[in-house]
Design a binder for this molecule. Structure first.
Ligand SMILES: Nc1ncnc2c1ncn2[C@@H]1O[C@H](COP(=O)(O)OP(=O)(O)OP(=O)(O)O)[C@@H](O)[C@H]1O
Length: 261
């Protein structure tokens, strides 16, 4: 172990392949990807529809197993862990944020936020929970249920829930995809803050050049391979690069609005 990981990196994918289907209809969703992410950095993953972004995120986060290659996370190879070890590591060290919020409708804000702690059998420190909820601007709403909150507020609950276990890495799959521009910026600022303040690492898939412009580093996937990267680019630079990759040609379905569960 630790043969490949570079100084300062917290997670590293080495020659990661993910192949779906049998011989005739085989798809190389990831065709040999090698990349490391530094502790305390905000990273965006971009690329055309079908380029492998979700597959990349799921493999890197230990939600899916690659066909071959290794994923080093804080010195351990995720591909060598059994399901129980993987579940524990995900619960203790990784935070997840999804486009569709995935909040439980019957639970209020505080209960949703503390759910990962309860699942891990950990005690919720009330002062810390209050601090996290107020950090995302929901102190006044802590007793509200998701249906009583706006889409942006629901995503802020999801961020607080991802932060509550103090994870080393937060993986986010289009965290601003269902939000209007202003609310998306608030959410991105919160992610930026957890990187600056707590040295957490964020790896986020996004289609939005403005969201990507909040990142320290933007990596571009095409046909399951890394084809380029940019450091602290402007939204215009990202958009130009995506245009060259043909990312705007696809007709993606409209984002779902609000209503998570
Ligand atoms: N479970 C699966 N079975 C078969 N093929 C799959 C599966 N999941 C993904 N694929 C294929 O793998 C490739 C990469 O898919 P992936 O969802 O990772 O792309 P993406 O870049 O996230 O796309 P989008 O931007 O449209 O969400 C695609 O060709 C897709 O059809």
């Amino acid at each position: 172990m630790n043969r490949h990981i570079q100084a300062g990196e917290i997670v590293r994918l080495e020659s990661v392949r993910k192949t779906y289907g049998e011989s005739g209809g085989r798809v190389d969703a990831l065709a040999g990807v090698t990349i490391g992410f530094r502790k305390g950095s905000l990273n965006a993953i971009m690329g055309p529809s079908g380029s492998g972004k979700s597959t990349f995120l799921h493999c890197a986060a230990g939600l899916d197993r690659p066909t071959s290659g290794s994923i080093e996370f804080e010195g351990r190879d995720l591909t060598k862990l059994n399901e129980v070890e993987l579940t524990k590591l995900r619960r203790d060290r990784i935070g997840f944020i999804f486009q569709a919020f995935n909040l439980l409708p019957a639970l209020d804000v505080t209960q949703n936020v503390t759910l990962p702690l309860r699942l891990a059998g950990r005690r919720a420190d009330p002062a810390r929970v209050r601090e996290i909820i107020s950090r995302v601007g929901l102190a006044e709403r802590s007793g509200h249920r998701p249906a009583e909150l706006s889409g942006g507020q629901q995503q802020r609950v999801a961020i607080a829930r991802a932060l509550v276990t103090d994870p080393a890495v937060i993986f986010a799959d289009e965290p601003t995809g269902a939000l209007d521009t202003r609310t998306a910026m608030e959410v991105l600022s919160l992610l930026r803050e957890s990187v600056e303040r707590d040295q957490q690492t964020v790896v986020m898939v996004t289609h939005d050049p403005v969201a990507a412009s909040y990142a320290d580093r933007v990596v571009f996937l095409a046909d399951g391979q890394l084809v380029d990267e940019m450091h602290r680019p402007s939204a215009d630079q990202v958009a130009q690069r995506l245009t060259r990759l043909g990312a705007w040609d696809d007709k993606r379905p409209a984002s779902p609005v609000g209503g998570g569960y």
